[in-house]
Design a protein around this ligand. Structure first.
Ligand code: ASP
Length: 583
């Protein structure tokens, strides 16, 4: 028996018992005649004491050789500690050690394995297994497990069945770039790793599974923007015989369950807003609604004077920033520089300060009188003491810029509180999105998404106006889930491919199997997928997903611990029928 207890469970009620513990040496304090060791395992830390007057001489001497992260086993008696530590559950006791076995010595770790570490990001990624010993990372993984368990429990109770779908599938050009895997047995042919199990889960509905879910790895070979991983995990779900309303209810229920079980928070019914409303009000289809600063469109009250910048703009739009009326000239200039950075791209910014006496002082007083500025305040909801910031230009770009400013100011003002949770649904997404470069329409969600029946007629004439039965769940400014009601008949699916610019042959070659299946009695169906990594990170009060993944990749898509990707040898290449020509 390696241990009778773990390092987190002994307390005053165990005093005088004989115990065996095993774990890692976190640190030792050698006072000559007395030596204390902190013994750590996943469950906590227990203090060991080696005392010259009470401990066997060889054991006492051996304890002096222990280094950090040595793996040891000890036998001893639980005794009351003199200097108690109220901060840890084991803080009232210590173990007077009688036997000590070194199970494995350890090199000095390259960074300190404590909550606060001196290790930088790179070194911790290289020695990820050491980082996992630290509480912050360990607790993130435990949280992830808990979330996954609660998801399985909740959905299973509703009759959802977890089904595994294949990882070796066929490459399709829609969506992101695929990771591909050469086939040894089929010369010159490749599998692709799934970007999501989308078509398989739809086929499971045709197969009559009725309610499916899967906690599943997905793979996308995208250029890694900050905080994206080439492999990530989805909670993937699909249901048959449902309308959008049914799906929203089930997964709102799941999210509410998670918030309650994990965070102890009860949330009301999720607000639902349309995509159009989200864009107009927040400049963003994943708005953070933990705070206000909603957009006020000012065209009517800004384009009737001689200010050429506003008069030439498609959109003049502002936000009222609470309590920012006392910003200094320097702070305002700093913000103007901030919106002018290429990442944001505004050409300038107008402001109007709302004085406590109800008057206004703006950067465009030359053009606008108190009455005009009063209208601006009314429309942006500004109160005395606030500052109104106004941007102008092409509508979409300007909204995106103001959205960036809104988020930045909210962060600076401490309005994005990690322990506050404000979920919502964004519904009625456009079906199609115009790719400015190619001039072609792309499916905004994916090509299997059903247009709203009442918008079908617009497909031919104004495809950009067609709305989809597609929805996103948004939490604290992050899209945590998204899905749609699907097309379930061959004719509509074929039509969709046509509008997306597929020839009939291309559509058949790539998705013939799905359209075939639709001819064999496909039920109406729909679903969605949550991003598990992000969901867990947000529940953990953080915005980065990396610490919630046991073995993540770095920003160049590399696993620096195992050093992947890597070259393979010639024999392996030959077997795979691959010739590599590196210029
Ligand atoms: N497969 C979709 C995605 O990965 C989700 C869905 O439509 O269910 O985004």
């Amino acid at each position: 028996m390696y241990r009778s207890h773990n390092c987190g469970e002994l307390n005053a009620s165990n005093i005088n018992t004989e115990v065996t513990l095993a774990g890692w040496v976190q640190k030792s304090r050698d006072k000559g005649f007395m030596n204390w060791v902190d013994l750590r395992d996943r469950y906590g830390i227990t203090q060991l004491i080696f005392d010259e007057s009470r401990t066997d001489k060889t054991v006492f001497e051996l304890a002096k050789t222990l280094g950090r992260e040595f793996v040891i086993q000890v036998k001893g008696t639980v005794i009351e500690r003199e200097a108690k530590n109220k901060n840890i559950p084991t803080g009232e006791i210590e173990i007077l050690v009688s036997e000590l076995t070194i199970l494995n010595a350890a090199l000095t770790p390259p960074f300190t394995i404590e909550d606060e570490t001196d290790g930088g990001e790179d070194i911790r990624m290289k020695y990820r297994y050491l980082d996992i010993r630290r509480n912050p990372v360990k607790n993130s993984l435990l949280l992830r497990h808990k979330v996954a368990m609660e998801v399985r429990k909740y959905l299973s109770d509703l009759d959802f069945c977890e089904v595994e779908t294949p990882y070796l599938i066929k490459s399709t050009p829609e969506g992101a770039r695929d990771f591909v895997v050469p086939s040894r047995m089929n010369e010159g042919q490749f599998y692709a790793l799934p970007q999501s199990p989308q078509t398989f889960k739809q086929l499971l509905m045709v197969g009559g599974m009725d309610k499916y879910f899967q906690i599943v790895k997905c793979f996308r070979d995208e250029d890694l923007r900050a905080d994206r991983q080439p492999e990530f995990t989805q909670i993937d779900c699909e249901m048959a015989f449902v309308e959008q309303e049914d799906i929203l209810n089930v997964f709102e229920g799941l999210t509410r369950h998670l918030l309650k079980e994990i965070k102890g928070i009860e949330v009301d019914k999720f607000p639902r807003i349309t995509y159009d409303y989200a864009m107009k009000t927040y400049g963003n289809d994943k708005p953070d609604i933990r705070f206000g600063m909603e957009f006020g469109e000012l065209n009517e009250f800004a384009q009737h004077k001689d200010f050429p910048v506003f008069n030439a703009a498609e959109l003049v739009v502002g936000i009222a920033v609470p309590g920012a009326g006392n910003y200094t000239r320097k702070e305002i200039d700093g913000l103007i520089d901030w919106v002018k950075r290429p990442q944001v791209g505004a050409s300038g910014m107008v402001y109007s300060k709302c004085n406590d006496d109800g008057t206004f002082k703006s950067s465009v007083d030359k053009f606008y009188d108190q009455e005009d500025l009063g209208q601006w305040a009314k429309i942006t909801g500004a109160k005395p003491g606030d500052m109104i910031f106004v941007l102008s230009g092409p509508a979409n770009k300007t909204r995106a810029q103001l959205s960036a400013l809104r988020m930045e100011l909210a962060t600076r003002l401490g309005l994005r509180k990690p322990e506050e949770f404000a979920p919502l649904w964004v519904v009625d997404f456009p079906l199609l999105e115009l790719d400015e470069e190619s001039g072609r329409y792309h499916a905004m969600h994916h090509p299997f998404t059903s247009p709203k029946p009442e918008d079908m007629a617009l497909l031919e004439t104004e495809p950009g106006k067609v709305r989809a039965n597609a929805y996103d769940m948004v939490l604290n400014g992050n899209e945590i889930g998204g899905g749609s009601i699907r097309i379930h008949d061959k004719a509509t699916q074929q039509l969709m491919f046509k509008y997306l610019g597929f020839t009939e042959e291309e559509a058949k070659a790539q998705f013939g199997f799905l359209m075939d299946a639709f001819q064999f009695g496909a039920p109406p169906h729909g679903g969605l997928a949550f991003g598990l990594d992000r969901l867990v990170a947000i529940l953990g009060g953080q915005e980065t997903i990396r610490d919630f993944i046991a073995f993540p990749k770095n920003n160049s898509g590399r696993d620096v611990m195992i050093d992947a990707p890597a070259a393979i040898d010639d024999a392996q290449l030959k077997e795979l029928h691959i010739k590599v020509n590196l210029a």
